[in-house]
Design a protein around this ligand. Structure first.
Ligand SMILES: [Zn+2]
Length: 343
């Protein structure tokens, strides 16, 4: 990346209200069949245009073609029965009715590759594509087949690697794996979580990222955050091993969080997507607030490795709020670019 402080989002952006119910997770589609396919593509075009208007450097599909960052990927796999549902505790935080693994999981055909090709032909800018990480995938299912979280994670890692290789071939520049579960299951992260992630990126020549956050701004997550005390040190558990891993970029929640910035010292040498936009608040940051977070991060991240970003996806926000936040991200990054170049 030649641009200094290239901006990007963690992933999802709000969908237009003609496509899906706004400000809702797992929002049902409002269109069907051919109209739905065309509607998703139109939404992807709009989402790209909004990122470009805001001056975002590394663009994405805004996750316009998927209902949810984990579920939609799993829906395309064999071995998971979506009719057979069990209630499980997601990330030790809230109960949800989830599908059941009933047999060997496998990917019969590509999941997002056509969407990625579509985005690729719309822009020459670097593009980033998000996939769920193996550990976060198993945490969203009831497993009645492998009966081992680790075994299932290795199977998903193989499948993710197949998808990632095809996304790379489709021209994706950065493939990102979303692993909010890394902030919860510390023993598993170190035992096999990071290892399965490295299996998922095996053989890739494009850049790879892992996104670890404290979740969307939904009530279950904001309630959980209240229990975490004055300092959030969760990242401390996974960072040493991630620093040693082959993952190129680590995407983190920073702004308005209680994560001590000096934890970034533990991943020195990695590129860091610093979350400078709070996705759990409708208040649009000022450029100066964004700049302030980036300035703090610069104490621990070299300027050529700092990627200003959002704390998490913005799917549940109103579109005008998300637009405002994208503009603030660009403007804040520009303040810091000038400061660095003036030195
Ligand atoms: Zn996130």
């Amino acid at each position: 990346m030649k641009t200094l402080l290239p901006t990007s989002t963690a992933g999802s952006l709000p969908k237009p209200s003609w496509l899906a119910q706004p400000e809702t997770l797992w929002s049902p589609w409002k269109l069907q069949n051919e109209e739905l396919i065309e509607g998703k593509q139109d939404a992807l075009r709009l989402s790209l245009a909004e990122q470009q208007l805001a001056g975002i450097d590394i663009v994405s599909d805004g996750e316009q073609t998927r209902q949810h960052f984990v579920t939609t990927f799993i829906e395309h796999l064999n071995g998971v029965d979506f009719e057979k549902r069990e209630t499980v505790r997601i990330r030790n935080r809230y109960d949800a009715s989830v599908p059941t693994v009933v047999g060997a999981v496998e990917r019969q055909k590509p999941v997002f590759v056509e969407d990625a090709k579509f985005l690729r032909q719309l822009t020459k800018q670097p593009i980033k594509w998000a996939l769920p990480g193996p550990m976060t995938m198993i945490d969203t299912l009831y497993d009645n087949h492998y009966k081992s979280r680790e075994k299932l994670a290795w199977e998903f890692a193989k499948i993710l690697n197949q998808e990632a290789r095809e996304l790379e071939a489709a021209g994706v520049d950065i493939i990102q794996f979303d692993e909010p579960a890394f902030n919860v299951f510390f023993d598993e992260v170190n035992d096999w979580g990071i290892a399965t992630l490295e299996r998922a990126i095996e053989g890739l020549k494009c850049e790879t990222a892992v996104h670890i956050c404290y979740g969307y701004g939904i009530k279950a997550n904001t309630d959980w955050k209240k229990t975490l005390g004055s300092e959030w040190r969760q990242y401390e558990e996974a960072f040493p091993k991630l620093q040693q891993s082959n993952i190129d970029i680590i995407s983190l929640e920073c702004h308005n969080s209680r994560v001590p910035m000096d934890l970034l010292e533990l991943i020195r040498g990695k590129k860091v997507m610093v979350g400078a936009i709070d996705v759990a608040s409708n208040t649009v940051e000022t450029a100066e607030e964004v700049a302030d977070t980036l300035r703090k991060a610069l104490q621990f991240v070299d300027a050529d490795k700092l990627y200003p970003s959002t704390n998490c996806g913005m799917a549940p926000l109103a579109r005008h709020v998300a637009r405002g936040k994208l503009n603030a991200l660009s403007a804040g990054a520009e303040i810091i670019r000038r400061e660095i170049l003036a030195k």
